[in-house]
Design a protein around this ligand. Structure first.
Ligand SMILES: NC(=O)c1ccc[n+]([C@@H]2O[C@H](COP(=O)([O-])OP(=O)(O)OC[C@H]3O[C@@H](n4cnc5c(N)ncnc54)[C@H](O)[C@@H]3O)[C@@H](O)[C@H]2O)c1
Length: 281
């Protein structure tokens, strides 16, 4: 990647799933890699894998809800490597549940990590990129930021926010020679279900089943991101089938809406059957 002669990347949520796959992908290309996460054990394990590849790397405990932690990550990057070329705002969690029963605490939690975590990363690292005269932000949203499945309103809202933020910064930061990409994958297997929150019992198994349904792996997506950044692409939509759903929403909005209503009706009927089964027991 000629645009980035120093080859230094930092990744939040870099201890697991897509963040880890990205760390290894860039390390295999010889990049220096900094991973930041709240899961210290996985962070240290990932660091060992990176060091086995013979690249310079470090792990830092960093909670993206704490601006001071991100500031410390930035200070460390300046101190160790004189700066950073690419910042990946990837750390994220999942929430689920109907609007009337999902808790406001879950809304606060997911907004603070998925949306405000990305906002904090963009704010601090765009300042550094302006000082350096170049840099690139990769924001990990989701296809849930473009098409909105029922019973996922809080997660959808955070990811739509990341898409809006990224589109805004794409234009705003272009004159400062700062690139932006937004990643909108569908489901793929990671540890995302482990910490998922919902008012419904069994949601972690349900999400895990959805994650396992994908033919595309985190490694495949990491590779696509690597290639897309090289080509200065803004939109990165790794799952073709979900991309068509987004096109459907844009070009045939009534049909898209009818599909979503049909999905919501099935979900509601399933809930009713479960409640009826409980009351007749
Ligand atoms: N797996 C999917 O199907 C899928 C689909 C679309 C988008 N995404 C997005 O991909 C990103 C990565 O998720 P993943 O699927 O690899 O899940 P994952 O759980 O395997 O990895 C997420 C990482 O983020 C870390 N994290 C959570 N809260 C944090 C915080 N406050 N500060 C710092 N780190 C924190 C976790 O410890 C974990 O290591 C997320 O933004 C997620 O929303 C995932």
């Amino acid at each position: 990647m000629k645009r980035f002669p120093n080859q230094r990347i930092a990744i939040t949520g870099g201890a697991s799933g897509l963040g880890k796959a990205l760390a290894l992908r860039f390390a295999r290309a010889g990049w220096k890699v900094a991973i930041a996460d709240i899961h210290d054990q996985r962070g240290e394990e990932t660091l060992a894998e990176l060091q086995n590849l013979g690249v310079e790397a470090f792990y830092q405990h960093c909670d993206v809800t704490q601006v001071g932690h991100l500031q410390k990550l930035k200070d460390c990057l300046i101190h160790k490597w004189g700066g950073v070329d690419i910042m990946v705002n990837n750390a994220g969690v999942a929430t689920h549940g109907p609007i009337d029963t999902a808790s406001l605490d879950d809304w606060d939690w997911v907004i603070d990590i998925n949306l405000m975590g990305v906002v904090r990363g963009c704010k601090l690292f765009s300042q550094l990129f302006k000082e350096q005269g170049y840099g690139h932000l990769i924001n990990v949203a989701s296809i849930a930021g473009l098409v909105y499945s029922p019973e996922m309103s809080s997660y959808n809202a955070t990811k739509a926010g990341v898409v809006a933020l990224s589109e805004t910064l794409r234009a705003e930061l272009a004159p400062s020679n700062i690139g932006v990409s937004v990643v909108c994958p569908g489901f793929f297997q990671t540890n995302l279900a482990e910490t998922a929150r919902s008012p419904d019992a069994g949601v972690q198994q349900m999400i895990n089943k959805l994650l396992g349904s994908s033919k595309i792996t985190a490694d495949d997506i990491a590779h696509m991101i690597y290639q897309s950044v090289e080509q200065k692409k803004f939109w990165i939509l790794p799952h073709a089938n979900y991309k068509y759903l987004w096109y459907l929403k844009r070009y045939l909005p009534t049909l898209y809406h009818q599909g979503m209503v049909s999905m919501a009706t099935k979900m509601l009927n399933k809930r009713k059957r479960a409640t009826d089964a409980l009351t007749t027991e």
